[in-house]
Each structure stands twice: as structure tokens, then as C-alpha cells.
Design a binder for this molecule. Structure first.
Ligand SMILES: NC(=O)c1ccc[n+]([C@@H]2O[C@H](COP(=O)([O-])OP(=O)(O)OC[C@H]3O[C@@H](n4cnc5c(N)ncnc54)[C@H](OP(=O)(O)O)[C@@H]3O)[C@@H](O)[C@H]2O)c1
Length: 296
């Protein structure tokens, strides 16, 4: 396969948020958007109109046959079946490179394309995509994108990410699930944690908006400390100081006022104590008292 982008005619199967954005910004970088196919032809038609290039194919098999670079950008639950259906009809060949863009799933779900002789991989942008709008700045610029798959798919994947002006990094195929869990913890669970903090501040008669503004410098400062010093050294507060009396006061208030958060506070406390213990700055006695407080 010639990986010069002017020879890379690509198709998008699944013309939703990410599929259209990817097509738009790859097209601006000289990749050729040749074919669009989606569950509803109207979505594929909209993609062609937005990008101003390419053709609608009602049958994804025909779209794939017209191209050597294939992006399956359907919802995660549909990727494997869509790929299988095309592969069963001999849609892929040794010249095809096939990707999906799911964070949670690996390239293993594209095995049917591989059995047709294709190279397979996954490229995952660590970014939330809104529907594409003409004239918008690239949502890919400067973001980080993971790549895994076979050698050819990884090599081309790096060129694709580079063309999108994003940063690529590779992960082992078997690590895709833990990689995605990391993204969920770092982003989604951070939201849950901040929600917990805001609920506590509401108990101090602060509105949610004011509460966020009050906490924001603390949140940002903590993130900066993690970046500069790593998690273990960034840790401050009563657990890091071995102050079991303050923790006991927190718990008795939370158990009374926000009991549905009690378990979360204890569990986070337990893991925070593990980090503090690694630093080796709290006494055995304080460590034992805190461990008892964090028991369920
Ligand atoms: N959006 C994000 O922020 C984001 C970020 C990182 C990764 N991703 C990944 O990107 C992929 C696409 O996500 P998305 O957010 O772009 O989803 P989306 O906006 O829901 O778009 C998915 C598109 O696929 C079409 N489709 C559904 N079933 C299909 C089928 N059987 N055959 C062909 N087309 C089908 C949909 O239907 P219609 O044809 O009816 O429109 C829709 O246009 C997923 O793997 C997701 O995990 C998304």
C-alpha cells in the first residue's frame, strides 16, 4: 500500500460526530474522502454536503471496496457486526487498512477484516466531540490519541494522527480496557468527586456556582502539583499529616448530613492513606487510627 496521503482514499462508515469531524480534518490535510455510508443515507448525504467531497454509498460494502483506508465510526456496539458483515462479503483485501475509534475496544474486534487480509488498528482521540460545524477550529489539534493494532496500522496511524496535528502514543492491544478505565477515572470520576465536594459546600450555605468558584484555585493548584511533583508528593491535608481527629470530625458530619457519601469518603480515605503511607511521614499509631476510621 502506498501510504502517501494522496493515494489514501478513505471511507467513513457511520457518519456521526466523530466520523464527520475526522473526515473534515483529514480532507483538509490532503487525504481523499471518497465514500460515506451510514445507517441512514441522510446522515451520509449530510457528511458529503458538509465536507464538499466524496460520494454516498447506501451499501457499506461498496464504500469499503472503493477505498483503501476504512474508518468504522459507528457506536461501539455496532463496530464488530458492521465489520463482520462487510468481511463476509469479501469487502476487505490486503491493501485495506481498517480502524475503529473506540476507546474501550481493541482492534481484536476487527478480526474479520484481518481474515480478509486487511491490516487493523484502533485510534482513540482523548477528546469529547460535538457535532461538526463548518469553519470550526480542529478539535484534534494538540490532543493525545492512542494507537494500537498490527505494525502497518500503527505506522499509518501515526501518520494520520500527525496529519491531524495531534500527538500519538501506542499501547499494547491487551491494555485497551485498562487504558480506557484510566480515562474514565481521570475525567468522569473527577466530575463525581467534584460533585461530592460541591454538595459538602452546599451544607455551608454556598450555592453550587459560588462553591465551584471558591474551590477552583484549589483544584487547579492540585492538578499543577500532580504535574510538577507526582501524586504521592502532591498529597496534602489531614490524612497526609496523620490527623485522625479531623478525619473523625469529617466523618461524623458526613454520616449525619450526607450519609450517601459516607462510603465514598471512607474508600477515598483508605486509598489516600495508602499514598500517605508510601511517603513514610505518618506515625504507625496515626496510620492505625486512620485505617480504623476508614473501615466500613
Ligand atoms: N463523540 C466522541 O466524543 C468520541 C470520542 C472518542 C471516541 N469516540 C468513538 O467514536 C465512535 C463514534 O462515536 P460518535 O460519538 O461519533 O457516535 P454518533 O455521533 O452516535 O455517530 C455514530 C454514527 O453511526 C451511525 N450508525 C449506527 N449504526 C450503524 C450501522 N449499523 N451501520 C452504519 N452506520 C451506523 C449512526 O447512525 P445514522 O446513520 O442514523 O446517523 C451515527 O451517524 C465510537 O466508537 C466512539 O466510542 C467518540
Amino acid at each position: 500500500m502506498n501510504t502517501n496521503k494522496k493515494y489514501l482514499q478513505f471511507c467513513i462508515i457511520g457518519c456521526g460526530r466523530l466520523g464527520i469531524s475526522l473526515a473534515a480534518f483529514l480532507s483538509k490535510q490532503g487525504f481523499i474522502p471518497k465514500a460515506f455510508s451510514s445507517k441512514s443515507p441522510t446522515s451520509a448525504q449530510k457528511a458529503v454536503e458538509l465536507i464538499g467531497k466524496g460520494q454516498v454509498y447506501e451499501n457499506p460494502l461498496d464504500a469499503v471496496k472503493a477505498c483503501n483506508l476504512v474508518f468504522i465510526t459507528t457506536p461501539d456496539t455496532r463496530i464488530e457486526l458492521v465489520c463482520k458483515t462487510i468481511a463476509k462479503q469479501g469487502g476487505f483485501n490486503s491493501d485495506s487498512v481498517v480502524y475503529h475509534l473506540s476507546g474501550a475496544l481493541s482492534s481484536c474486534i476487527l478480526v474479520s477484516a484481518k481474515n480478509n487480509g486487511a491490516s487493523v488498528g484502533s485510534i482513540h482521540p482523548l477528546q469529547a466531540f460535538a457535532p461538526y460545524e463548518e469553519g470550526e477550529d480542529s478539535p484534534f489539534k494538540g490532543i493525545n490519541m492512542s494507537i494500537e493494532g498490527d505494525d502497518k496500522a500503527i505506522k499509518l496511524g501515526k501518520e494520520i494522527v500527525n496529519a491531524l496535528k495531534a500527538n500519538s502514543f501506542t499501547i499494547p492491544t491487551h491494555a485497551k480496557t485498562v487504558y480506557h478505565a484510566a480515562a474514565v477515572v481521570a475525567s468522569n470520576y473527577l466530575v463525581t468527586l467534584e460533585h461530592f465536594a460541591l454538595e459538602l459546600l452546599k451544607q455551608a450555605n454556598l450555592s453550587e456556582e459560588n462553591a465551584y468558584e471558591i474551590l477552583e484555585p484549589l483544584i487547579m493548584g492540585t492538578l499543577n502539583n500532580i504535574k510538577a511533583r507526582g501524586c504521592t508528593n502532591a498529597l496534602t491535608g489531614p490524612v497526609a499529616r496523620g490527623d485522625d481527629e479531623i478525619v473523625l470530625r469529617h466523618l461524623s458530619d458526613i454520616d449525619k448530613k450526607l450519609p450517601h457519601f459516607s462510603d465514598l469518603y471512607r474508600l477515598l480515605g483508605k486509598h489516600t492513606l495508602d499514598l500517605a503511607t508510601q511517603r513514610g511521614e505518618i506515625s504507625d499509631d496515626a496510620q492505625q487510627k486512620l485505617a480504623n476510621l476508614f473501615k466500613f
